[in-house]
Design a protein around this ligand. Structure first.
Ligand code: GUN
Ligand code: ZN
Length: 437
């Protein structure tokens, strides 16, 4: 009898080894026209030509045939807000009004565990439907929301990062914690979830405006006590946000200096937005190896500004790309890449589709310091992968009649694709799009 725990997935395989230096950099990726993955349980055991995988597999191993579709690593979203699933698409002015008028009222509902549980179910369905297998999320300020978030990830076997949002001022009282309670609650959630199965806890001070200096001291203490946990926050998204921050922290040399002075920067720090950066801030970003997170649909939706990818990268700063739902307007990393492409076009920074797909997979895995587990199809990594159909809709199929190369196919997927182009989403070897566990 063949081992039911081992399976072969046949299709056209695409996986990256490095960031492509240009359109012709074939050393940055591997593409196998008749390829296959050998998956044992939750782990990829082999990746290569179908012939070689068949030769290495035990006799009688089941073959799941996804031809003619592409198999790529699962998409990774490095910045999203789980309690904003019912905030997305709210007609607001810019950031601070959007937060006060829609977001803060909505997040208060997450004090109730049953609400968090219901939204978590829908939130994970949306991620999976769009081919996202890992995300780094802000929960609400309530520990109930952290439990709801990680319980759902555990049920689906997904590698997810997240944390309780720390916020103790400039928000409704029902959403505010205190410096001490935010430390205690974050630590309790961290000790409960970090390293349990595939869960990663993220220390999550929302942003400088909603944290007192005492709370940022507490966040810095957690980051120091638990150095393998990530830190996430927002910075330099909006001019009014920057002006208010300068009023609240008049002694800081600049906005980033606030986070720097509380020990919140480092290679595991994810800084959402990074749009209006000064030269000195760029230098501190590079020195601390912190990650700049580009959120194109959100930056356009809230009228925040244009992320300067080339400027960041030439300053030696690590970057990633994310949806930022509910300021962002789509759960789809394909839609996000498309809008990111347009933001960069406006600055004459044209992004090649190979770079796009690198960014949403290995690039984001590197930004999360997790490339040994996710972001590629390499043997020994977690079996998180997606099956993509570039002919998923009639307009896509029509356009594909004219496509000659892999790069063209990727660009059609990015420009015209969404959840309909995601045929299947596998996390830890399980097909989650077609069968909910
Ligand atoms: N800054 C502080 N909180 C938020 C948030 O929830 N969304 C966005 N886009 N920016 C923020
Ligand atoms: Zn955000």
């Amino acid at each position: 009898m063949a081992d039911q725990n081992i399976k072969i997935y046949r299709g056209r395989l695409l996986s990256f080894a490095a960031r492509p230096s240009g359109p012709d950099d074939t050393s940055a990726y591997s593409y196998e026209e008749d390829g296959a993955l050998l998956v044992e349980g939750a782990t990829i055991r082999g990746s290569g030509s179908f012939q070689s995988i068949m030769a290495s597999a035990p006799e009688g191993t089941a073959v799941i045939d996804h031809r003619p579709h592409l198999i790529v690593p699962g998409f990774i979203d490095t910045h999203i807000h789980f309690p904003q699933a019912q905030v997305i698409a709210s007609w607001a002015d810019q950031l601070l009004d959007w937060l006060n008028d829609y977001t803060f009222p909505e997040e208060q509902k997450f004090a109730d565990k049953s609400h968090g549980k219901r939204i978590a179910g829908a939130f994970y369905d949306a991620l999976i439907s769009n081919g996202t297998t890992t995300a780094a999320a802000y929960c609400s300020s309530h520990i109930n929301s952290v439990d709801a978030y990680f319980e759902e990830a555990e049920a689906r076997g997904m590698l997810m990062l997240g944390g309780k949002t720390m916020m103790d001022r400039n928000a409704p009282p029902a959403l505010c914690d205190t410096a001490q309670s935010s430390y205690d609650d974050s630590k309790a959630m961290l000790e409960k979830w970090h390293g349990r199965g595939r869960a990663h806890y993220v220390v999550t001070p929302r942003f400088a405006i909603t944290s007192t200096p005492e709370q940022l001291v507490a966040a810095g203490a957690l980051a120091r006590e638990f150095p393998d946990c990530h830190v996430q926050t927002h910075i330099n998204e909006n001019q009014n946000e920057i002006a208010f921050t300068r009023e609240l922290y008049p002694d800081a040399a600049h906005y980033l200096g606030v986070y720097e002075s509380f020990g919140l920067l480092g290679p595991r720090t994810l800084l959402g937005h990074c749009i209006h950066m000064t030269g000195h801030e760029l230098q501190v970003m590079r020195e601390t190896d912190s990650v700049a997170v580009f959120c194109p649909t959100s930056n356009l939706f809230l009228g925040s500004g244009l992320f300067d990818k080339a400027g960041m990268e030439s300053a030696g700063i690590r970057t990633s790309i994310a949806t930022d739902v509910g300021g962002g307007t789509s759960y789809s990393m394909l839609r996000t890449l498309d809008e990111g492409y347009k933001v960069l076009q406006l600055q004459r920074q044209r992004m090649h589709p190979l770079t796009s797909f690198y960014w949403a997979t290995l690039g984001n895995a590197e930004a999360l310091s997790l490339p040994d587990r996710i972001g590629t199809l390499d043997a020994g990594t977690d079996a998180d992968f997606v099956v993509l159909d570039a002919k998923a809709t009639p307009p896509m199929a029509l356009r594909m009649e004219n496509a000659q190369s892999l790069s063209e196919e990727l660009f059609v997927l990015q420009t015209l694709g969404d959840d309909r182009a995601v045929v299947e989403t596998y996390a830890a070897g399980n097909p989650l799009k077609s069968c909910r566990p």
